[in-house]
Design a protein around this ligand. Structure first.
Ligand code: ADP
Ligand code: ZN
Ligand code: ZN
Length: 724
């Protein structure tokens, strides 16, 4: 009798599929196979072999194996199986997340040679106006060894222009095999600065108790030189034949970080982020899977890749919310990384100037070792923070007089200023001062944001947009004006107030084009006086030595939010953005505009003691029965009407009524209607992780069987970051 195998497919269903295995096939878990599914043939991943299928069913056979080794080796397979259960997400989709797109589609796990181009010896006869083609030809002539197609298109040329050169006999293609990774010899690698005594001290504590699972929380203030410590740690502790994973929140925003790693480790550095193309993903994935001794610097999904020689993990800015996936497989890359270090018996360093309450609590409980770095590298002093009460001050574009004159002073001294606005666009709303009308999104319960640059009104919660109007669409009044602050409006006001100084805006709109953030950083790092205006993007890890002043336009958004994480996130953002001031030789100053200058949280922030604040917040979480003292999950429902969604959750609620579990809701979500779906949620809180996990498993099982499909979409978010 032939054996059977249980296969996971890349489908959002909590079900595995049984197939028979032809005798000549030896299958093992994690291996890619081709299987018939309905009338299609699709790629699957072996989960189990020798399983006993239900009697009386005729199984179809596995067609063939895509390779004779498991694409997902044992440790990665265990990690993903654990994550599937922890986050209650279908195993198939979890497993496929660890494959590059080409392998998900069933393509072979090997690098295809890439087509290269070079100039021929023919003498160019191009029309005088063919500037682009001439430039391309010059580019090719500068690279007689040949240039890969991808490199050419990245430089701004099209396949069409290439073909047209080739058609004229001026360029020819050749096939080049991918070059084997060359590993930089030690002599090519520069050494960084000598560690300061404080850094040295921290570095020593990280190594103590080495070998085995050894989680450390490196709490180092902004500019304290944490990156230097990571580099030093890897240099001293990572064997030449081993792999390391360095997770960062966003790579494109901080190209400096990758450059610093490359200076130390040369070709051992590889990167993983969303801007890679399919070929680059496959190439890097193969290196990781083949156990090449690389150090991977990557964003969220890098935590799931099939390392086989992983022996150190670093999570930089561990508090950053971008580590949590917001839809689909809602995992936290930080938490997955910690579990992975545990599976691999390897050390993990979680670094931040503003550690999350979760990690601080783990440190308090002795699960993580707390390592502190309390002074800035290069003798820079921490910035001084002060509150600027704007209750009865006239504002221009959100900026008060004292803030404007502080900016003027910084510029006079030849320094740079950074203005932090928490919203992109021109203004959050357009309001009619005659009838009070504001423009709402027709598909969501939100107002549209006014973007003046392209005269559009946009919804930041769905993709709706419409043209902006001059007059009130309701009463035709001309008194239809922007209210509140967005980055564009602040940029305008600053441009008027400081006509001779460059004003540089950094937000999702201004950095959409590839390479634009690099250009912006380059300009700022020239060090000449300028004003940076931007959103959270500016708070992340940048090292601008000549920024000495930070102005926070309005700090009050997070003070009275219903989301229990809002105060933590507000403090972290304010400290991170403050940390951009005074990183060089000159001291930094931070002005925080607020209408609540007596708010205890803001006052504590100015005293500069992060742990004092987090102790307070932790105490509030504990008495409020909130994470990290309870394990939380949210069951979300999206129906065609609110009634449908609430009814659905009401029908689940009785399952949750058991000792040790509290439920809140069901209640409409904060934005109750989004893209025309009516959203409600049931918050489930448990005293133990285990009982929460057990309950969620039962709920999923129950709902998978229930015939509610199609009417109400539901999803589970474990350890949710947003509870609104
Ligand atoms: P963090 O990541 O903690 O915010 P960085 O690692 O970016 O800090 O360091 C801040 C700045 O200090 C960087 O410009 C870095 O090159 C510099 N730096 C770090 N350590 C040292 C050192 N030991 N000697 C001199 N400069 C240092
Ligand atoms: Zn009106
Ligand atoms: Zn919308």
């Amino acid at each position: 009798m032939s054996s059977t195998a249980r296969i996971a497919l890349n489908r959002p269903i909590r079900q595995l599929f049984d197939y028979t295995v032809p005798v000549e096939l030896q299958l093992q878990p994690g291996q890619r196979v081709h299987v018939p599914f309905g009338r299609q043939k699709i790629t699957g991943i072996v989960v189990e072999t020798g399983s006993k299928p239900p009697a009386g069913i005729t199984l179809k056979p596995v067609s063939y194996a895509l390779e004779d080794w498991p694409a997902l080796p044992a440790e990665t397979f265990r990690l993903l199986s654990w994550a599937s259960d922890y986050y209650q997400h279908p195993l198939g989709e979890c497993l496929f997340t660890a494959l590059p797109p080409a392998l998900r589609r069933g393509q072979p796990a090997e690098e295809k040679p890439e087509i290269c181009w070079r100039a021929t010896s023919a003498s160019p006869e191009l029309p005088a106006n063919a500037h682009k083609q001439k430039a391309l030809l010059t580019l090719l002539q500068e690279h007689p060894e040949g240039l890969a197609t991808s490199a050419i298109t990245k430089s701004g040329y099209t396949q069409q222009q290439l073909k047209s050169l080739a058609g004229k006999g001026l360029a020819e293609s050749l096939i080049r095999k991918p070059e084997p990774a060359s590993h930089t010899a030690d002599s090519d690698v520069t050494t960084g600065p000598t560690l300061s005594p404080a850094q040295e001290n921290a570095a020593e504590q990280l190594v103590e108790g080495e070998n085995g699972f050894n989680p450390c929380l490196l709490f180092g203030i902004t500019g304290s030189g944490k990156t230097e410590i990571y580099l030093d740690y890897l240099k001293k502790n990572l064997a030449r034949d081993k792999q390391a994973l360095v997770l960062v929140p966003e790579i494109n925003l901080t190209p400096q970080t990758v450059a610093r790693f490359q200076r130390y480790f040369g070709a051992r550095i590889a990167v993983w982020h969303s801007a890679l193309n399919d070929r680059e993903r496959l190439e890097t994935w193969l290196k990781i899977r083949n156990g090449e001794p690389i150090i991977l610097i990557g964003t969220r999904s890098a935590a799931l890749l099939p390392f086989t020689q992983l022996s150190a993990i670093i999570v930089d800015e561990e508090h950053d919310s971008s580590y949590k996936q917001g839809d689909g497989f809602r995992y936290s890359a930080r938490d997955v990384a910690v579990y992975r270090a545990h599976l691999n018996h390897c050390p993990i360093i979680l670094g931040s100037a503003t550690p999350s309450l979760e990690s601080l609590n783990n440190a308090k409980q002795g699960k993580y070792k707390l390592v502190r770095l309390e002074e800035r590298a290069k003798n820079a002093a921490p910035p001084s923070l002060s509150l600027l009460d704007i209750r009865s001050r006239p504002l221009e574009g959100g900026l008060s007089r004292p803030a404007i004159s502080a900016i003027q002073q910084a510029l006079n001294k030849g320094e740079q200023a950074l203005v932090f606005v928490n919203r992109r666009g021109f203004a959050p709303v357009m309001m009619c001062f005659d009838c009070g009308h504001t423009v709402e999104c027709p598909r969501c319960d939100t107002r549209l944001t006014y973007h003046r640059r392209d005269r559009a009104m946009r919804c930041h919660h769905c993709d709706y947009q419409t043209a902006a109007t001059e007059a009130c669409p309701e009463c035709q009044s001309e008194a239809f004006k922007p209210v509140g602050q967005g980055t564009e409006r602040t940029e305008d006001i600053l441009g008027e107030a400081f006509p001779d100084t460059p004003v540089v805006r950094v937000d999702r709109d201004s950095t959409q084009r590839k390479g634009s953030i690099q250009a912006i950083l380059k300009q700022v790092n020239k060090g000449e006086p300028c004003i940076l205006v931007g959103t959270q993007m500016l708070a992340k890890g940048h090292d601008f030595p000549n920024v000495t002043l930070v102005v926070v336009v309005n700090a009050d958004g997070g003070l009275f939010s219903v989301d229990f994480r809002a105060p933590e996130q507000l403090i972290q953002t304010l400290l991170q953005v403050s940390g951009r001031a005074g990183r060089g030789a000159k001291p930094g100053e931070v002005l925080i505009q607020t209408c609540h200058s007596d708010h205890p949280l803001l006052k504590a922030l100015c005293r500069g003691n992060y742990l004092e604040i987090t102790d307070q917040l932790l105490a509030e979480r504990e008495s409020g029965l909130l994470p990290p003292f309870r394990a939380m999950a949210i069951l979300r429902a999206e129906g065609n009407t609110m009634e449908q969604s609430l009814q659905f959750l009401d029908s689940v609620k009785p399952m949750t009524q058991r000792p040790g579990i509290e439920t809140w809701g069901p209640l409409p979500a904060l934005i109750a209607r989004r893209a025309d779906r009516h959203r409600a949620q049931l918050i489930i809180n448990s005293g133990t992780r285990k009982s929460l996990n057990h309950l969620l498993r039962q709920i999923c099982h129950h709902l998978d069987l229930a015939a509610t499909r199609g009417k109400v979409r539901w999803m589970i978010d474990v350890d949710p970051l947003e509870t609104g």
